[in-house]
Ligand binder design. Structure first.
Ligand SMILES: Cc1cc2nc3c(=O)[nH]c(=O)nc-3n(C[C@H](O)[C@H](O)[C@H](O)COP(=O)(O)OP(=O)(O)OC[C@H]3O[C@@H](n4cnc5c(N)ncnc54)[C@H](O)[C@@H]3O)c2cc1C
Length: 441
């Protein structure tokens, strides 16, 4: 019998009826069996959990939305400090800010802010947690106009490795605040709340174009020449499914009128005529819903990533065509997110998020339904990623991948030494550790 004395909050143990559900993360590929899951309802519950793991010397992980690609918020045989029930949202209209509990998911955040005609720039998936996404950077449909999610961050409240509650902002614990804007979740302490600057938003124009697979090389080339340099009010994504798995899809979201968007995009369809083109104007809330789709509770997948700093040459594009032409199925996609704009306007050392000068990010994605489809899909992702290495640099820490050997450099580039300094300062005993946590040295 495990001694839970000192732990507070809602405690779920292995013999509880709810345990099997509580131990699941978004990526069903990982089945882990923690000893205890403690759902924290108050900051004090997080403090007590940290003190408890120190006392019992038990390994632990902090979990919010549970969307870590490699399930780094889960482990076997230890404690899960689950913050997902710390989910208050308080808007301060006078100050133009919002305080968000560390357990909130983007569905609730977008809906609550929208009631006041506000938003924060973040990702498209409604069930992703604010903690993991923000701490690792956070890109999405508004990034080129409003920056990364972490660029709107003003302050965090954190429980440290010693169980102290501290604030970090530009003036107080400033180096920790720097590290929490792109350094990745789970490294320095358990965040219990965030304060963000809010952004007014109302009507949004958007465009969708599709092409057949045979246009792949020309579409990628035409997109990469324009997407990072478009008017900063336009953020675009390119989804490239493998052959026979659907059309190539361009999506552009624009904070401006549909006429202006049509004008802006005109040279793109002229360069490579699409199969279908559609322009729409909607409220931001409708656009959020449109891109959210119907999220699954859990999926089986392996994803990875890389950044493109110099336009892909013919050989690079030929490599991606080759992999997408011969994918294992059932679902294999290369997803490109345009950078530039507000992302690039922040110096690469101003926050821990390093890859601000990239032209775009690439996400290698594989999803499957049957266990025996896992191996070939994982191999495909790894082979695709490594074959693209001559044309790419680094990787996004929020798209974590255990197979990247030199992941500290890939995720953090030149910002790594400073992140290690912050780690030594705030977690000298390396209490917060997982397979890809920042090494103190
Ligand atoms: C379907 C899907 C869609 C996605 N879409 C986007 C997107 O549009 N844009 C984008 O940028 N990213 C996107 N991501 C990636 C996402 O940003 C990361 O997976 C992120 O880490 C998930 O955060 P989480 O809180 O949900 O996950 P968790 O698994 O709970 O946490 C992720 C990491 O953060 C740590 N952590 C969690 N809570 C805390 C806390 N309170 N304090 C300290 N550390 C904590 C965990 O220990 C873990 O290491 C997507 C992921 C998925 C699965």
């Amino acid at each position: 019998m495990t001694d839970t004395e000192g732990l507070t909050g809602r405690i779920v143990m292995q013999d509880d009826a709810y345990y099997d559900e509580a131990r699941q993360n978004y990526n069903g590929r990982f089945q882990k069996f923690p000893l205890i899951i403690v759902y924290c309802l108050y900051t004090e519950d997080v403090v007590n959990a940290i003190k408890w793991v120190r006392k019992h010397r038990i390994p632990f992980r902090v979990r919010d939305g549970g969307h870590s690609y490699e399930a780094f918020s889960l482990l076997n045989g230890g404690l899960i400090i689950d913050v997902s029930e710390l989910c208050h949202i308080q808007i301060n209209e006078n100050q133009g800010t919002v305080r968000i509990g560390a357990g909130c998911r983007f569905k609730d955040i977008y809906e609550t802010l929208w009631q006041k005609g506000l938003t924060i720039p973040a990702g498209t998936c409604p069930t992703v947690g604010v903690s993991g996404l923000t701490l690792g950077g956070g890109h999405g449909l508004l990034s080129r106009q409003m920056g990364l999610t972490c660029d709107s961050l003003i302050e965090i409240e954190m429980v440290t490795a010693h169980g102290r509650i501290i604030r970090a902002n530009r003036n107080e614990n400033a180096s920790l605040f720097w590290a929490c804007r792109g350094g990745g979740g789970g490294n320095f302490g358990a965040v219990t709340s965030f304060i963000f600057r809010t952004h007014p938003i109302y009507i949004v124009s958007h465009c969708r174009m599709t092409w057949d697979f045979d246009d792949l090389a020309a579409v990628v080339d035409a997109w990469q020449r324009r997407a990072p340099y478009f008017d900063t009010r336009l953020t675009s994504l390119l989804a490239l499914p493998a052959r026979s798995q659907g059309d190539l899809r361009f999506t552009g979201v624009f904070i401006g009128t549909q006429t202006d968007l049509e004008q802006l995009l005109l040279p793109f369809p002229e360069a490579i005529p699409p199969k279908t083109v559609s322009f729409h104007t909607n409220t931001w809330a409708e656009v959020v819903d449109l891109f959210a789709g119907t999220p699954a509770k859990q999926e089986l997948f392996k994803n990875s990533s890389a950044y493109v700093y110099e336009m892909l040459n013919e050989a690079g594009i030929a490599t991606l065509v080759r992999y997408l032409d011969d994918a294992p199925g059932p679902i294999n996609v290369l997803a490109l997110n345009a950078y530039g704009g507000a992302i690039a306007q922040v110096p690469t050392d101003a926050t821990a998020f390093f890859h601000r000068r990239a032209l775009f990010s690439m996400q290698y994605q594989s999803y499957w339904f049957e266990k025996d489809q896992a191996e070939q899909n994982i191999d495909w992702i790894e082979s695709f990623r490594t074959s693209m290495l001559p044309y790419t640099r680094g990787a996004y820490c929020n798209y974590c991948d255990r197979m990247i050997a030199d992941w500290p450099t890939a995720y953090y580039g030149d910002n790594l030494p400073r992140l290690q300094e912050v780690k030594r300062m705030y977690d000298p005993e390396n209490l917060f550790h997982f397979p890809q946590s920042i090494p103190p040295k």
